[in-house]
Design a protein around this ligand. Structure first.
Ligand code: GLY
Length: 401
C-alpha cells in the first residue's frame, strides 16, 4: 500500500514538473514572439504615416499584419497582453510598452457605440489598475462603465450588443459574447460603491441565462429582443454555421462569463450554468482529441472530412482560462476535471499550435477562426486567442503555486 502511495506521489510530481516546464517554455516563446510583434506593429504603423494608435488584430491569409483603429472591439487585447507579460516577468520593458499602449485607448471611455467596452477597456485599463493600483487607470474604468451603462435598456433588462443591422434583421440584438463585458460593470460597482452597475450586470446575466440557452445547455449566438416589452423575437446566429448550431467561441464566452459572474455575485445559478456548459461542451463526441474545438461543432463537414474543418484556438484559450477559474469554486474531484481539461488545452496550444519563433508577425497561436460565414479570419492567428492563452498560463501558474 505504502509503495503504491509513493508511486502515485512520484507520478503526480512528475506530471506537475512536466506541466511547469511546458508553462515555462510557453512564457519564453511568448517573450520572443511579443517582442517581434512590437517591432512589426511599429514598422507597419510607420509605413502608414502617423497611425500610432493602430493595434494588431490578426495575420491575414497572405501573411501580412492587420492593424485596426482603437474603436475596433479587439483594441484592448494587445495592451492587455503587454500587462500580462509584465505581471509574469516584472521586467520594466513590458511595463513601459503596456503603459504607452494602454493610454492610446483612453478616449474609448466616451465611446457609447460599442457593447465591447469591456473587452477594450477592461482588458487594458482594468488589467493596469489590477496590477498597479494607480488611480488614473481606475478613473478610466469607471467612466467607461458609465458609458457602457448607457446601452442598458430597462425593458429588455440587457446591455444592447450591436447598434447596426436593419429592424428586419434584429431590433435589439444581444449576443452571448456580451457576457464578457459585464466584468467592467461589476468592477465599477466595487470601485464606486454605486450598485446600479451591479444591478444591470445581474439583470443582463439573468436574461441571458433564461433566453440564450437550449435544454442541453448549448448557447445561441444572438437573441433578438422586442425593445417595447422585452419579449424574445428570435434566436439566430451571426458567426456560427446555423441558427441551431454550436459556435465554439460563443460557448466559451458563456462558460467564462458565468464563472466571472459567480465571482462577483456568489449566485449559485451562475456557477451551475458554467458547470453545465462545461459538461455539455467537453462531453461532445466530435471534440478533437487535442481539445481544440472546430470553429463550429455542428459544421456538417466534421462527419465527412474533419481535417479540413477549421479549428478555433481562440475558443480553446478562452475555455482554458475560464476552466481554471471555475476549478476554484467547486469540490476537489470536479476541480481536477476542469484543471485537467485546461491543462490539456494549454499543452496542445503550446506544443502544436505555435508558429516558429519570429514568424506569423509575432502572434503566439496559429489556427483561430474569427468570422467564418463572412469569410474573414479563418484559420489564422488572432490577438484575442493570444490574450486568453497568456491569461490561462497566468492562472495555471497561480493554481500550481
Ligand atoms: N464578438 C466577439 C467574437 O467574435 O467572438
Amino acid at each position: 500500500m505504502k509503495t503504491l502511495f509513493s508511486a502515485c506521489c512520484i507520478s503526480l510530481l512528475m506530471t506537475l514538473c512536466a506541466q511547469a516546464q511546458t508553462n515555462n517554455d510557453a512564457w519564453k516563446a511568448a517573450d520572443v514572439q511579443l517582442r517581434f510583434l512590437l517591432e512589426q506593429t511599429a514598422l507597419n504603423r510607420k509605413s502608414i504615416a502617423d497611425k500610432s494608435k493602430l493595434m494588431p488584430r490578426c495575420v491575414e491569409k497572405d501573411g501580412s499584419l492587420r492593424l485596426v483603429g482603437i474603436g475596433d472591439w479587439c483594441s484592448g487585447f494587445f495592451p492587455g497582453e503587454l500587462w500580462l507579460m509584465w505581471q509574469h516577468t516584472q521586467d520594466d520593458f513590458w511595463r513601459e510598452w503596456a503603459v504607452s499602449n494602454t493610454w492610446k485607448l483612453e478616449e474609448l471611455k466616451w465611446n457609447n457605440s460599442s457593447h465591447d467596452l469591456g473587452f477594450m477597456v477592461y482588458n487594458s485599463f482594468g488589467k493596469a489598475y489590477e496590477l498597479t493600483g494607480e488611480r488614473s487607470y481606475r478613473d478610466v474604468v469607471i467612466q467607461a462603465a458609465k458609458t457602457l451603462a448607457s446601452r442598458y435598456d430597462a425593458n429588455v433588462g440587457c446591455i444592447r450588443s450591436w447598434s447596426w443591422g436593419t429592424p428586419d434583421r434584429w431590433q435589439f440584438a444581444v449576443i452571448i459574447d456580451n457576457m464578457m463585458n459585464l466584468e467592467l460593470l461589476f468592477q465599477a460597482s466595487l470601485l464606486t460603491g454605486d450598485r446600479q452597475y451591479y444591478d444591470m450586470a445581474v439583470s443582463h446575466a439573468n436574461q441571458t441565462l433564461k433566453n440564450h440557452f437550449r435544454e442541453d445547455f448549448s448557447s445561441y449566438h444572438v437573441v433578438d429582443y422586442n425593445p417595447a416589452d422585452g419579449s424574445v423575437i428570435k434566436r439566430i446566429t451571426h458567426q456560427g454555421i446555423a441558427d441551431e448550431s454550436v459556435w465554439s467561441r460563443g460557448q466559451a464566452w458563456g462558460l467564462y462569463g458565468f464563472t466571472m459572474c459567480y465571482r462577483y455575485t456568489k449566485d449559485v445559478h451562475y456557477l451551475q450554468q458554467a458547470q453545465q456548459i462545461a459538461r455539455f461542451f467537453f462531453g461532445q463526441k466530435d471534440l478533437p482529441a487535442d481539445l481544440i474545438p472546430y470553429w463550429d461543432m455542428r459544421d456538417p463537414a466534421i462527419k465527412t472530412h474533419p481535417t479540413e474543418v477549421p479549428r478555433d484556438a481562440s475558443a480553446a484559450a478562452v475555455f482554458a482560462s475560464g476552466l481554471y477559474e471555475l476549478a476554484t469554486y467547486v469540490g476537489e474531484a470536479e476541480a481536477q476535471t476542469y484543471r485537467r481539461l485546461a491543462d490539456g488545452i494549454l499543452q496542445s496550444l503550446t506544443t502544436q499550435y505555435q508558429p516558429a519563433p519570429e514568424t506569423s508577425q509575432g502572434f503566439l497561436l496559429l489556427h483561430s477562426t474569427g468570422n467564418y460565414p463572412a469569410n474573414d479570419e479563418i484559420d489564422v492567428p488572432i490577438i484575442y486567442a493570444d490574450y486568453y492563452y497568456l491569461e490561462a498560463l497566468t492562472r495555471q501558474e497561480a493554481l500550481g503555486k
